[in-house]
Design a protein around this ligand. Structure first.
Ligand SMILES: [Zn+2]
Length: 421
């Protein structure tokens, strides 16, 4: 039997709920998507729960599940993903945090947060971050620090026996003092000593980081311009970077991915070992260059057994409660599939699905299942003739979960191994 290529296309957040202004249809049902409907008619469909029925997934946990990783085992918080997303290349055993550049003032010997986002600073944060990056801390711990978008940044602590079981220094509200960092496991827990070490390193980083930033020329200029100084790194969301088996080894595939946003670049590129396909036109917004994405995938096609693509636009429209924009984003997904027809026509197993639902009326993710379609040689077509939330509910794949997806695709691609004799 021929092993087939797998083409896995995620329309981020495409699932929705009935929208009154669309006559009770979802944006996907209201959108004219001839290519998706043709694929549904010739393929098999279903509704998929990214994690489990009713569980509202983040894009990160959903992608872990869809790629065959138990998210409850491998997801250790946003810190490790944020750090990978900005390019700090965290390794197993590191502890990573999300950070803000904040403004703090000394009052009675304590540091009070007066602005958690330092006036929503957008400029010259790279210079500030560089002043903290590579800081050597006691106990042989090194701090890696890099700016992200606007007032955000990421921190990695690297050293022996560190733990992610530590509380936030960020008080999460203004007018409060910095919180001490404390282990979140009890004394006597096997992780307690590592958590104590991590707390000490984190507090030292914040204390020295604050001194360095407060005296930094960029902040002198900000004060002169009447702007709040970005004079303190404010860490939160700490997590231990876990050992994760690379995707290619786990499934026996050469895998590449074209993804638009930093979070997924970090997850797939840094942690799961995907080759990332470069595409400068892929902006992650409604203005993304879908033609450039199709060309980039076409160029990478021959060298891979599996190509993964995430199109971000539907999720953004859902977050913005913009049904019209979500319809436009569905058309973008349809056009991407039309432009790549020569790839999925050539003996390929194609899957199209959302990573989670982002209903317009919610303006955020929800636990509603997502429409799934699989198309290719050997796939038994069902009676479904349209790709949307209503039609796919009657599909032949029924109602699988996220971690079922890779076994389903490996089966269709003749890349399965037999369980038993
Ligand atoms: Zn989202």
């Amino acid at each position: 039997m021929d092993k087939r290529k797998i083409f896995l296309v995620i329309a981020d957040g495409i699932g929705d709920r009935p929208v009154a202004s669309l006559g009770g249809r979802t944006p996907l049902a209201a959108a004219a998507t001839p290519t998706l409907d043709r694929l549904a008619a010739g393929g098999i469909t279903g509704l998929l729960d990214p994690i489990a029925p009713g569980v509202c997934a983040g894009s990160d946990t959903a992608h872990l599940a869809l790629l065959g990783y138990d998210p409850y085992r491998y997801y250790t918080g946003r810190g490790p993903l944020e750090a990978a997303g900005v390019g700090l290349a965290p390794r197993a055993g590191d502890v990573a945090f999300r950070c803000n550049f904040a403004t703090v003032q000394e009052r009675d010997g304590a540091l009070v947060v007066t602005d958690r986002r330092a006036g929503r600073i957008t400029e010259r944060t790279a210079e500030l971050a560089a002043a903290l990056d590579g800081m050597k801390l006691s106990g042989g711990v090194t701090a890696l620090f890099k700016e992200s978008v606007a007032h955000r940044a990421a921190l990695v602590l690297r050293g022996d026996r560190l733990s992610g079981a530590v509380s936030d220094v960020d008080p999460h509200s203004e007018g409060e003092t910095l919180h001490p960092c404390r282990p979140t496991v009890a004394e006597g827990d096997p992780e307690y000593a590592a958590a104590r070490r991590t707390c000490a390193a984190l507090e030292e980083f914040v204390r020295r980081g604050r001194e360095i930033l407060d005296a930094h020329p960029v902040n002198d200029e900000r004060r002169r311009a009447g702007l709040p100084p970005a004079n303190c790194p404010l860490p939160r969301g700490g997590g231990l970077v876990p050992h994760i088996p690379p995707f290619g080894e786990l499934h026996g595939l050469r895998a590449a991915a074209l993804v638009e946003v930093g979070l997924l670049k970090g997850l797939l590129g840094n942690y799961l070992g995907f080759d990332l396909i470069e595409c400068p036109g892929a902006t992650g917004g409604a203005d993304t260059d879908i033609g450039a994405m199709a060309r980039a995938v076409t160029r990478a096609w021959d060298a891979c057994d599996l190509i993964f693509v995430n199109i971000k636009a539907p999720d953004l429209a859902g977050h913005d409660d913009a049904p019209g924009e979500k319809i436009a984003a569905c058309l973008l997904v349809d056009r991407f599939l039309a432009l790549t027809e020569t790839l999925w026509h050539a003996g390929t197993i194609l899957a199209v699905l959302g990573d989670h639902s982002t209903p317009c009326e919610v303006g955020d993710h929800s636990g509603d299942p997502v429409p799934l379609l699989v198309h290719g040689p050997g796939v038994r077509p069902d009676a479904v003739e349209a790709y949307d939330e209503f039609a796919c509910a009657a599909g032949g794949l029924g109602h699988p979960r996220g971690t079922d997806l890779m076994p389903i695709l490996l089966n269709f691609a003749n890349r399965y191994t037999k369980f038993g004799a």
